[in-house]
Design a protein around this ligand. Sequence first.
Ligand SMILES: [Zn+2]
Length: 61
Amino acid sequence: MAKRCVYCSKEIDTESVVDVCESCGEGVWGEKMFGAIKENMEGARKKGDLHQGSVTEGMPF
Ligand SMILES: [Zn+2]
């Protein structure tokens, strides 16, 4: 199912970590801040994925 921007309802990438399109994100937070937000969200998601993967392999503690 396609994701939609919460501001303009434009379709956005389902892989997108934020629920806004590029132009709204930059309009709301500014280009620099929006970039930082996306980086943070992507980092958090990667950590989540890693954690999920490690569960099946068994944690050492
Ligand atoms: Zn938008």
